[in-house]
Design a protein around this ligand. Sequence first.
Ligand SMILES: [Zn+2]
Length: 232
Amino acid sequence: MTVKITNKIVGYRVKKAEDETPTEKQAPVHAETKPVEMNENIERPDFLLGTTYKIKPPVAEHAMYITINDILLNEDTDHESRQPYEVFINSKSMEHFQWVIALTRVISAVFRKGGDVTFLVEELRSVYDPNGGYFKKGGVFMPSLVAEIGAVIEKHLKAIGLLESEEMSETTKRILAEKRAEFEASQSSATNDDTSADYPPNATMCGKCNTKAVIVMDGCATCLACGDSKCG
Ligand SMILES: [Zn+2]
């Protein structure tokens, strides 16, 4: 702005830096940039890290391969995080093809929306097959194929640190191993049952971890898989 000075100049002073209004101040150079959070506008990089899990549900003719690809956000910063980005399921079996494709697309969309995606695990794991589910090798009960896909996603979210994994303490493991040895020794006629090879054949279902691993000893029902115990 130009101002024409009509009066006689009687004095002057040099404008100091403080006189500047705050709005003219430049943003600090080392401003903390906000960490990027998962959102659907993030463009898919050409390269993603992935993990493939193999499952062999008895309800499908062939094994299924579940691949979960992750994206690294804020790489090389303090806010670096690995987030699931997409899921693919491959199998030679075609009988479940239609809904499996639909399910993977919906799960991938939820992953890319961002926010807390761990709710998917509970949602999928609580799907019950009206034909009655099945036992996995090792005696873990799966109420449906959808639930097993949920279990795989749970495993993956634990592996990348989005879900806490409840590791059993060494002491608990040792006590369970001792209990198991004692129980097996007390059973004179141990038969081998293929479906629950990891636990004694007459073990019953655990309500806490869905594994056929509960034995009764000295009046206490103890689960050899998760350690859950009830006495009396
Ligand atoms: Zn259990």
